[in-house]
Design a protein around this ligand. Structure first.
Ligand code: C2E
Ligand code: CA
Ligand code: CA
Ligand code: CA
Length: 288
């Protein structure tokens, strides 16, 4: 029976008592998580390569399911996109991140730690290219900024290039309006998707992020270094901020600085942190 089950590729447990693999999170789980506020954020610092100065944080969504444990964003973001929940999720993320920006600013004042750094820093958040069709989402984010007295200039919207961005007229329209409101726009994961130089020139971006798959392998791979060099050069020639993500060692950071890459993000600097750990992280870093 066991062999037969195996041969047919059946996932059914073959022996009584054999452990079933845990079930996957589904759309009902995600709906519930959104309703109950179970999507939380971790924040990863972004520094200037040249000086090591903190410039801001990227907010990254986290979901810990009571039974299923931690579900990675690479699983639940596509799930949200597939079931029309992504705009709701993005709005939750924006609300939490903007609240945190207010909190960290008052914590900085109360503790007299890094006031001017933490009060003026940037906040990056990820936006699905699918959401570009929904202008109400961005009106809502703008309203959240206004209610908290946060200048949109401090908010960086990171967009991963997907086929959705190929619809250049809708995208250009929404992106141009976001830019006019002051939001900064970033192309995430550059080098992996559908991007072309043409799009970069046409769309109003202010930052280009080199994908971590190249940065993480920079020390070992000449191909990766070649991609990094050309992306940084492209960004610079278009007057964009260049950021490398996935910086895991000092040698890579030095290399990026040599190339005049502007900003860096990665485990070398810090893993994404829960909000309650950030002031501590900052204090330790400043003391070094
Ligand atoms: P991303 O936007 O490219 O984010 C960078 C990912 O690389 C994050 O994974 C981060 O934790 C990880 N990372 C940062 N530094 C290093 C490093 O030095 N080494 C390695 N190995 N990894 C590093 P994470 O948090 O699992 O997020 C995965 C992806 O899920 C994100 O990729 C983003 O595309 C998506 N995502 C996360 N949060 C949101 C969100 O709120 N909205 C949307 N639309 N997408 C999100
Ligand atoms: Ca990102
Ligand atoms: Ca990225
Ligand atoms: Ca990615």
């Amino acid at each position: 029976l066991y062999r037969a089950a195996k041969m047919e590729g059946s996932p059914v447990a073959a022996w009584p008592g054999e452990r079933m693999p845990p079930r996957q999170a589904n759309v009902e789980d995600l709906q519930e998580a959104l309703t109950l506020g179970q999507i939380r954020l971790a924040y990863q610092p972004k520094i200037r390569c040249r000086t090591g100065t903190l410039v801001g944080f990227e907010a990254l969504a986290r979901w810990r399911h009571a039974q299923l444990g931690d579900i990675p964003p690479d699983v639940f973001i596509p799930l949200a996109e597939a079931h029309g929940l992504i705009d709701r999720l993005t709005l939750k993320v924006a609300e939490q991140a903007l609240d945190w920006l207010v909190d960290i600013s008052s914590e900085a004042t109360a503790n007299r730690v890094g006031q001017h750094v933490l009060q003026d820093m940037l906040l990056s958040m990820n936006v699905s290219a699918r959401s570009l069709a929904n202008s109400e989402l961005f009106d809502a984010i703008l309203r959240l900024c206004r209610e908290r007295g946060i200048a949109p200039q401090r908010i960086v919207l990171e967009l991963t290039e997907t086929s959705a961005m190929q619809d250049a007229t809708t995208s250009l329209d929404t992106l141009t309006r976001l830019r006019l409101h002051g939001f900064q726009l970033s192309i995430d994961d550059f080098g992996t998707g559908y991007s072309s130089m043409v799009q970069l020139v046409r769309l109003p971006f202010s930052e280009i992020k080199v994908d971590k798959q190249f940065v993480m392998t920079a020390t070992d791979s000449e191909e990766s270094r070649a991609v990094i060099r050309s992306v940084v050069e492209l960004g610079r020639s278009l007057g964009l901020n260049t950021t490398a993500e996935g910086v895991e060692d000092q040698k890579t950071l030095d290399y990026l600085d040599e190339l005049h890459c502007d900003l860096a993000q990665g485990y070398l600097i810090s893993r994404p942190l829960p909000p309650e750990d950030i002031l501590g992280w900052f204090t330790v870093r400043e003391a070094q």
